[in-house]
Design a protein around this ligand. Structure first.
Ligand code: FES
Ligand code: FE2
Length: 429
């Protein structure tokens, strides 16, 4: 990779080609449950300092944090009279950025009508606040299954990462690391005792064949990745995962208790160029999720600000004893902690000119190409991928997350087509 390309891929602030691109898509910015009615939050997304708040109706608003009057911090403001009021001189803004009141100006002044604070449209879904930070009308809000699922079927979380968003996201397109980094904390083989235990057998191949053959297929939403691993007697395991443009992935989650039909989404949103949030959405179409268990794991691993206890400063609490047979990485059982080590340790902004990529990195290479091409298209005023122009575009029966056993010579692409044609695999039935 050339240095200029790495710059393009990793810079996301306002006015950068990469930042312009990410801003054309809805992005999660906060967890709904943490946005309290009476407490505006000071947040940073894509290098922009913003205030996120709920107005008196509970609707979320996201605006530039500096008051357009004399630039005091609006996150200290008061929620009242239909919006957020600046503490300094009382200017009042609704969540669309309109200035409703300027109580220190003459009573007949129309000055407030000339003032417009930068404000970004927000939507709440899947227990998170999503924002559109691009120009013009926002594109349709994506109706992924997890966005529309009843609360019991979706769990959400976020994890602070002290590194550029792209290195986090590229970990989503890297099936071969499962055989190493996460090894020993995946459930191990044996006979399936029940439907829910199916995965324990399926995943055996992840350890037995550490050289998956990868195929990538460009799709309308991004990239479908097929990772094939040999199994005994002319059989193979095919895991289908996905890069969804421009900055998230759909794949089978860490929690394997539920069997097929569900997935995890890791959505990597820049805070700035050297840190990001990984928003996690865990979804299952057929099972209600054991949220108590999920929360318990999270509170063991993350502090109240969603910062992992395992971090670079304590060497991710690596335990060499644990590495003797229990865990490959020696960093406990939580996959996110392993991934955190892997993606953060490349540095705050991974210098991709130092890499030596192999065949196992084919999906990562394809995704970089896709991002660079889209940046160019955006600069040239050409069409972007995955913009959901028709209602049909906003249906996602083609984003499949499946681990399937099949015959050695079977074509996984054909298998995938059949699943897509036969209905909506991830829909709640
Ligand atoms: S600085 Fe906000 S009202 Fe004056
Ligand atoms: Fe991982």
């Amino acid at each position: 990779m050339r240095r200029e390309e790495n710059e393009l891929l990793t810079r996301t602030g306002p006015g950068t080609p990469g930042g312009d691109l990410l801003r054309r898509y809805w992005q999660p910015v906060f967890l709904s449950a943490e946005l309290k009615p009476d407490r505006p939050e000071s947040i940073e997304i894509l290098g922009e300092k913003l205030v996120l708040f709920r107005d008196e109706t509970g609707a979320p608003g996201l605006m530039d944090i500096l008051c357009p009057h004399r630039c005091a911090d609006l996150s200290f403001g008061r929620i009242e009279d239909g919006g957020l009021r600046c503490l300094y001189h009382g200017w009042l803004f609704d969540r669309h950025g309109r200035c409703l009141d300027q109580p220190a100006e003459p009573p007949d002044s129309k000055y407030k009508d000339e003032i417009r604070q930068t404000a970004y449209p927000c939507v709440e879904a899947a227990g998170a606040v999503f924002a559109y930070m691009g120009p013009g009308e926002p594109p349709p809000f994506p109706k992924f299954h997890f966005m529309e699922a009843p609360e019991a079927h979706v769990f959400q979380n976020k994890i602070f990462h002290a590194c550029n968003y792209l290195q986090g996201n590229e970990g989503n397109m890297d099936p071969s690391h499962l055989s190493f980094l996460h090894a020993n904390s995946l459930p191990r083989g044996g006979k399936a005792a029940s439907e829910g235990e199916l995965h324990k057998v399926v995943h055996r191949a992840i350890f037995d064949d550490t050289r998956p053959s990868l195929q990538v297929e460009k799709t309308r939403y991004g990239i479908r990745i097929y990772a094939e691993r040999k199994k005994a007697e002319g059989r193979k395991l095919v895991r289908i995962t996905n890069f969804v443009f421009p900055n998230f992935g759909f794949f089978s989650g860490e929690d394997q208790r539920y069997g097929e039909g569900g997935y995890s989404v890791h959505w990597h949103v820049p805070i700035n160029d050297t840190s990001h949030w990984r928003f996690d959405f865990c979804y299952h179409s057929r099972e209600k999720l054991d949220k108590e268990h999920m929360l318990m794991r999270i509170t063991q691993e993350l502090d109240e600000n969603h910062v992992p206890y395992r971090q670079a400063s304590n060497r991710y609490m690596q335990d060499r004893e644990q590495m003797k047979g229990k865990s490959y990485a020696g960093m406990g059982a939580y996959f996110a902690a392993h991934d955190l080590y892997a993606v953060e340790s490349a540095g705050p902004i991974h210098d991709r000119t130092r890499e030596h990529l192999g065949q196992a990195d084919v999906a990562i290479v394809a995704s970089r190409r896709m991002l660079l091409d889209a940046m160019k298209n955006l600069q040239d005023g050409k069409a972007l991928p995955f913009t959901l122009e028709t209602p049909q575009d906003n249906r996602f029966n083609d984003i499949l997350v499946i681990s399937a056993e099949m015959g050695e010579t079977d074509d996984p692409r054909q298998f995938c087509r059949k699943v897509i044609e036969s209905g909506d695999f991830h829909a709640i039935k």
